[in-house]
Design a protein around this ligand. Structure first.
Ligand code: MIC
Ligand code: SF4
Length: 645
């Protein structure tokens, strides 16, 4: 059997382990990216590891999440990020330059290379034939220092695209179709590799929309082969020299193959509050809409903006709807200003926001109480928009704009002829928003500036042999990192202040959680399936660790959150018998003994429920390396100990 493209590229980067799905492998990382909300912590950790400069081919620090600057905090973070980048040989993408994934695709992503990013949508760059993976900031910090990135070797799922999309149906509908079929846990432990003649009708930004939302499937990453389209995109970006022909072998071996006939896809929509709650637009047609938001790293390319503008030309946004537009990058914004794109949007009544994550991460534009908001984004988790009872729907640009015009959910196919979007052969290239690394001698002279919002990181002690404590909270399936630690205007400014941000842990689910955890000196968290899905924010591991939590017990864990727990010395434990989940409740006192032996020798762990008087078995699936990390109190301690050996 031949090789998949995924395995070819993983093999080229493999340094430790064997390419067997389910086994732990260590790969070399060529490029890294961070964004400001995870970057401050990643660089604090990078600094504490004592490296002199980054050792990757390229590392970029973006500022795109925390942009409101309601007080000194965000501005402090931006200045820290700019100076720390200058000090350690990192490119700095200035606030306003755009959303990390969009800018990276345009200016830096290279076919055939590996990219590790402290953001769960890093796989966006898979649209250009990269192995691009999201991870916690500490994993990215270690990779910047030249360390390997460890992951579970994924099963490779081939996605065979056949046929051609109909007018008014676009890439967003393709990935929504996959979410409809596979759900938000369907991709855990898997990489999605697209192939087939259907690829030909997808531009690079289209492919990037699809690989971006592979994150919503829980996939480790998604990848497309390279072709003439890839060459066209890179040429338009003045980077044709970065093109590398990449394809799987003809008889590539996939664990499974999913077929999608593009011609059979119709406009789709994800209903509240999960990206897999997908139905045809026709099913919700007519629902009154209060807000429409265009943008995010999923749908903010020039093509997306142009479709919106051409649909809005000579039309007006419904007076009942607030339409916001966030162009994905300064390049996209410039191109919109250079032709009549911006003109049509503004004239039709759109509210133009800056090139940033904005409403996607709840930084402004919260919908009204109970309001219906249609967004071209990738996540519609409850409360993420900033309004707890808002109803967020995810759609394509076409459906979003059609609905903004009519004021109700509308199938865009009712809009007649599909607007013809001509993609320029040359994009406007002006990299003045990107500050390149300094020469080594100058770099060493840079002073890193930390304002009062940059709080030094705390030490986490080694794992005790016995853990005794209360079950502080019991949760259901598919708990997201937005539940564990929300983002938004109130919380994001504390990303570099762990004592403060820990006050918000589980705030939306149980406002007393943090106080209770502090009072009890820690305890246990219980979850269902796919616990910790969603973002890469390591704060969802770090802040509970700060509150004294050293074990979480669930039916299964999402990949990035599981790694983040390990990185901060928290044990991710799994029920051996899923029925035991039903037998325990909040307030029960548990004790877990002989943890050291159990971790070293892969024994089961017996948990005793002291309140109810019974025992139950827990298993762990930690590799020896991961077990050592948890035992010594997390990856910072582990990496420091390794370098002192
Ligand atoms: C998100 O979309 O949830 C975020 C905000 O981009 C996160 C990163 C973060 O929490 O800083 C992500 O997806 O990793
Ligand atoms: Fe930003 Fe939203 Fe993309 Fe996260 S999903 S990187 S918040 S635009």
């Amino acid at each position: 059997m031949g090789q998949s493209l995924t395995f070819k590229l993983l093999r080229e980067h493999l340094v430790d382990g064997e390419l067997v799905p389910g086994k732990e492998i260590g790969i070399r990382i060529d490029q890294t990216l961070t964004q400001d909300a995870t970057g401050t912590m990643a660089y604090l950790q990078f600094e504490s590891l004592g490296f002199d400069r980054v050792k990757t081919e390229l590392s970029v620090s973006y500022v795109d999440h925390n942009m409101l600057q309601a007080d000194f905090r965000n501005a402090d973070d931006h200045r820290y990020l700019q100076t720390v980048s200058a000090r350690y040989g990192i490119w700095f993408s200035r606030p306003g330059n755009g959303i990390c994934h969009q800018v990276h695709l345009e200016r830096f992503a290279c076919p055939g290379k590996t990219l590790l990013g402290s953001d769960s949508h890093t796989p966006t760059a898979g649209g250009l034939g990269m192995i691009a993976i999201g991870a916690g900031g500490l994993d990215v910090a270690v990779a910047m220092g030249g360390g390997l990135f460890y992951l579970t070797c994924p099963e490779v799922i081939g996605v065979h695209l056949k046929g051609k999309l109909h007018p008014w149906v676009s890439a967003k509908d393709v990935i929504l179709e996959l979410l409809r079929r596979m759900t938000v846990k369907g991709g855990v432990g898997k990489a999605f590799e697209y192939f087939g003649e259907g690829i030909n009708c997808l531009s690079i930004p289209d492919r990037a929309t699809i690989t971006n939302m592979g994150a919503e499937l829980g996939a480790t990453f998604s990848i497309f082969p390279t072709d003439e389209e890839t060459k066209f995109f890179l040429r338009a970006q003045g980077r044709e020299q970065d093109f590398v022909p990449l394809s799987p072998d003809k008889d590539a071996d996939y664990s499974d193959v999913i077929e999608i006939n593009l011609a059979e896809i119709e406009p789709l929509i994800a209903k509240p509050h999960m990206p897999d709650n997908v139905v045809p637009v026709t099913e919700v047609q007519g629902l009154k809409v209060d807000q429409v938001c265009i943008g995010s790293c999923t749908n903010s390319s020039y093509r997306d903006m142009r479709v919106a503008a051409l649909m809005l030309r000579n039309r007006t946004v419904s007076p009942e709807v607030s339409l916001t537009v966030s162009p994905g990058s300064r390049q996209v914004f410039t191109m919109m200003a250079d032709d009549d794109t911006l003109y049509h949007l503004v004239k039709a009544g759109a509210r133009i926001l800056e090139s940033a994550c904005g409403p996607c991460i709840g930084m402004g534009q919260a919908p009204p109480s109970g309001g219906v908001s249609l967004r071209t984004f990738n996540r519609n988790f409850e409360g993420r928009s900033g309004t707890k009872n808002a109803q967020i729907y995810l759609t394509s640009i076409e459906t979003a704009v059609a609905s903004a015009i009519t004021g109700v959910v509308t199938d865009p196919r009712s809009f007649g002829e599909y607007p013809f979007v001509e993609i320029p052969e040359e994009f406007i290239i002006d990299d003045s928003g990107l500050i390149p690394p300094l020469p080594d001698e100058e770099m060493k002279k840079v002073e890193v500036i930390r304002g009062p919002n940059i709080v030094p990181i705390q030490e986490i002690p080694p794992l005790p042999d016995t853990l005794t404590g209360e079950i502080l909270i019991k949760l259901g399936d598919n708990v997201t990192t937005d539940h564990i630690l929300p983002a938004g205007t109130r919380v994001l400014p504390y990303r570099s202040n762990i004592p403060k941000i820990s006050e918000f842990v589980f705030e939306a689910v149980d406002p007393n959680f943090s106080a209770r955890a502090k009072e009890k000196g820690g305890g246990f968290v219980i979850g269902g399936m796919n616990y910790g899905q969603g973002s890469s924010r390591e704060h969802a591991g770090l802040a509970p660790a700060f509150l004294g939590i050293r074990a979480k017990i669930a039916k299964s864990f999402a990949r990035i959150h599981r790694s983040n727990l390990i990185n901060f010395g928290i044990l991710p434990l799994i029920f051996k018998d899923m029925n035991d989940y039903e037998r325990i409740e909040q307030g029960d006192v548990l004790t877990l003994e002989n943890l050291h032996e159990a971790l070293k020798n892969h024994y089961e762990i017996t948990a005793k429920n002291l309140t109810k008087g019974f025992g139950f078995s827990l298993i762990h699936d930690l590799s020896n390396r991961e077990a050592e990390i948890v035992l010594c109190g997390g990856k910072l301690n582990y990496t420091k100990a390794l370098s002192n050996r």
